[in-house]
Design a protein around this ligand. Structure first.
Ligand SMILES: [Zn+2]
Ligand SMILES: [Zn+2]
Length: 319
């Protein structure tokens, strides 16, 4: 005989089908009941498995209402749900239940879309608090080197519903595996990384002498000609060029900064080769852009002029 009542659907259930809502984890639910004028004994609050979704819908609605009130206290990132069927990340917003639209800009799926790679999904999670499950799609235009999320990509977080992320045990273990492999990759990755969203405008200026926007604008002109290699991505290669001109660090130091493979002599050579290939491309494409009048705006032209001057002065200093 079922002996306990589910507080949500009012059905009698066996205790094995119910979870208790007495802990402080569910204080939001207690408050919700009180605000609706319902009296209860906290030790008799239960929810059946069939009502889990309904419970989280209530929580979602509450969090939408309370967003404007509770911005002072920094929320805990993870709250482990105390039932056994998964993991709920309350402050990580779940995005992309539909696989028919781009997860970033919501465009309908087209041939220009790809399965969003793991690295880009982790960027969404770590930098924006958005969880996108495996199998989600995105336009290639949001991706850098087909892998990471572009550092200049604008992600609209404000207008997304804060739906808590409920992971099945399989999804949770996939997520942990993804995070572990990310940590592993970080150990061999560049210490300074211009592919990373976390670099600020000030970082860009301090290292390259340009704002992020100026950097992006110039990079556009040569990015399709500049190849990534096992030592550095094309964006980092472009950064290396400007870092050399701006800071006059030695090639050995730059090789170490970008964690290039090999001993210091090999690193020196790799950093120096990188500078040469970027320099050639800049000359080629800046000169042609200067000759092709009418295609660039005044602001772009200013940047070009400044860059062109810097490149020339820089060449002088290097020889
Ligand atoms: Zn129920
Ligand atoms: Zn898109």
């Amino acid at each position: 005989m079922p002996d306990i009542k589910c507080n949500l659907c009012n059905c009698w259930r066996n205790s094995s089908e119910l979870k208790s809502l007495c802990s402080s984890t569910y204080s939001w639910y207690h408050e919700y009941l009180l605000s609706n004028g319902r009296t209860f004994n906290v030790n008799e609050l239960f929810s059946c498995k069939g009502c889990t979704k309904a419970l989280y819908t209530i929580k979602k609605d509450l969090s939408i209402v309370s967003i404007s009130h509770s911005s002072e206290s920094f929320p805990e990132l993870m709250e482990v749900n105390d039932d056994n069927d998964g993991l709920t990340l309350d402050n990580i917003t779940f995005i992309g239940s539909g696989h028919k639209r781009c997860v970033v800009c919501s465009l309908l799926v087209s041939s220009k879309m790809v399965l969003m790679p793991k690295a880009a999904r982790l960027d969404l999670l770590l930098f924006y608090g958005l969880y996108a499950p495996r199998g989600i799609r995105s336009c290639t235009s949001h991706l850098l080197n087909g892998d990471r999320l572009r550092p200049d990509e604008h992600i609209d977080i404000e207008n997304r519903l804060p739906i808590p992320t409920s992971l099945s045990s399989t999804e949770a273990s996939e997520l942990f595996n993804d995070l572990f492999s990310l940590i592993d990759e970080l150990r061999s990755s560049s210490h300074l990384d211009f592919d990373s969203i976390s670099l600020t405008d000030e970082d860009y200026q301090a290292w390259t002498g340009w704002t992020k926007e100026q950097f992006n604008l110039m990079f556009q002109y040569i990015s399709s000609h500049l190849r990534s290699s096992s030592n550095r991505t094309s964006r980092n290669a472009f950064a290396i060029f400007w870092i050399k001109l701006k800071t006059n660090l030695s090639f050995r130091q730059i090789g170490s900064l970008f964690n290039m493979i090999g001993d210091s002599e090999l690193r020196r050579k790799r950093a120096s080769d990188t500078l040469d290939s970027v320099r050639e491309l800049l000359i080629l494409h800046f000169v042609s852009a200067h000759l092709g009048i009418g295609y660039i705006t005044i602001d772009e032209a200013k940047i070009h002029n400044a860059a062109y001057t810097k490149v020339c002065i820089g060449f002088h200093n290097l020889h």
